[in-house]
Design a protein. Sequence first.
Length: 246
Amino acid sequence: MTPSNTQPPPPEAEDDNPFRNKHIRSFVKRRGHISRAQERAVEQGMPVWGIAYAPQSPIDFAQRWGRNAPNWLEIGFGMGETTAKIAAAHPQVNYLGVEIYTAGVGSLLKKIEEQGLQNIRIISHDVVEVLQDMIPDASLDKVLLYFPDPWRKKKHHKRRLIQPEFVAKLATKMKPNGVLHCATDWENYAHHMLEVLEAAPDWANMAGQGFSPRPDDRPLTKFENRGLKLGHGVWDLLYQRKSQAA
């Protein structure tokens, strides 16, 4: 493999603001295993269900989905198990999934074809750049962030996606009263999210204070079920975008 001419900056040179030109990435891009079936699904499905990342090209949701409907964004859908269930249960919404890993994209595309889902579109790119460049202001009704990388080591906490700059930018993309739903099985990250969102002026805790019970519309994954049986905790946070008058 030919090495890239552009090397990542050393840790001490990284910028804590994820919306600068060289933002801290909340993921590490690795060459993971991808099956031939997933590769095939990407080759055949992305031209149909995919949206190419394009800087300074805001998405026209009504045009892309062929209808006016609530617009939901899922950040980092993994292998797409939960995504397919939610989209199937809510066919009335325009569902946009953003995932950087090709195997996960292929897995979800397989599910789209197998289940005949019509309301999902996919962007395979860094969500910070997608949010900055492609999501119009005041366009989103709901954002889902389920089990993001917790970056367990303290020195890596700055790589966590939920940071003050990110939730402030996300607020500009939400419609008034739009909902952000986060879930994590890492307690330290749960409290980090809570601290960041409680301090964010544009967001109101839908539970009043603290964490929310898991709503029925967030399906349990196999991984989560296993963890719950072993006594592992899961923390949900539901926040609503304050109206401009609030």
